[in-house]
Design a protein. Structure first.
Length: 238
């Protein structure tokens, strides 16, 4: 992966760090995971400027840019998973061996996680934001489970997409029989998928259907699922 792309990073020192690619060697590539070496790299949006980052078997993550920052003990154990929110480019999510999923805002230097989820009981191997509805987050773990979470409170939808009724005039509301009764999305665990019989190492959203996703477990089994219909309709407001 070229240094012109943006990435996100972590290692054994339990902290975030940032610096620009100018400070890095000119040649940089993605290597196979090795103990003590990085084992994840993730592209970040161009809006964040040129940067390189990775997560490794150490307990930190960060974004490599010219100005650096570090957050000790981002997780108390190894960080194995990382993704960024494409609709909020300063929002990053990590997962670690502590079984926790943590959300960070890199604009404040990652001083404190803005949200934490603890629905897994073992190592977290993969996390993935939905690229269109970023309130949807997937996580997979060595507990053989895939969790679909709603994190609408820290998503781009939290900027008012579900508050429009408050600004509607009374006459307009009367034209919409669902304006006062529509069930809106809230934070929480939407569904746990338990079809796998071994550790689930990867999850990914479909590029063809925004409501479809797949998971891959250690035994080579791939399972395809869809966002539950009720949650889909809540997000769409119908």
């Amino acid at each position: 992966m070229s240094v012109e792309n943006n990435l996100a990073v972590g290692d054994d020192q339990n902290s975030h760090y940032r610096r620009r690619p100018d400070d890095l060697p000119q040649q940089r590539s993605v290597e196979p995971a090795r103990p003590g070496n990085r084992d994840r790299e993730r592209g970040l949006p161009e809006r964040m400027g040129p940067a390189v980052a990775e997560v490794s078997t150490h307990q930190q993550f960060g974004i490599l840019r010219r100005s650096t920052f570090s957050v000790p003990l981002a997780h108390p154990a190894t960080i194995r998973a990382l993704d960024y929110n494409p609709n909020k480019p300063h929002s990053v999510v990590t997962g670690g061996d502590d079984g926790r999923v943590r959300f960070w805002d890199v604009r404040n230097g990652g001083k404190q996680a803005v949200k934490e989820l603890s629905d897994h009981t073992h190592w977290i191997w993969s996390v993935a934001f939905n690229k269109f509805h970023d309130q949807l987050l997937l996580s997979s773990s060595s507990d053989n489970l895939v969790n679909l979470q709603s994190v609408v409170s820290i998503s781009s939808a939290a900027y008012g997409a579900y508050e429009d009724e408050e600004n509607d005039e009374e006459g307009d509301q009367s034209l919409d029989p669902y304006s006062n009764t529509r069930e809106k999305p809230t934070d929480g665990l939407i569904h746990t998928y338990d079809q796998h019989e071994d550790s689930v190492y990867a999850v990914a959203w479909s590029h063809a259907d925004i409501w479809t996703f797949a998971s891959l477990s250690y035994d080579g089994r791939i399972v395809v699922n869809r966002v539950p219909r009720d949650e889909k309709f809540r997000i769409l407001g119908v």
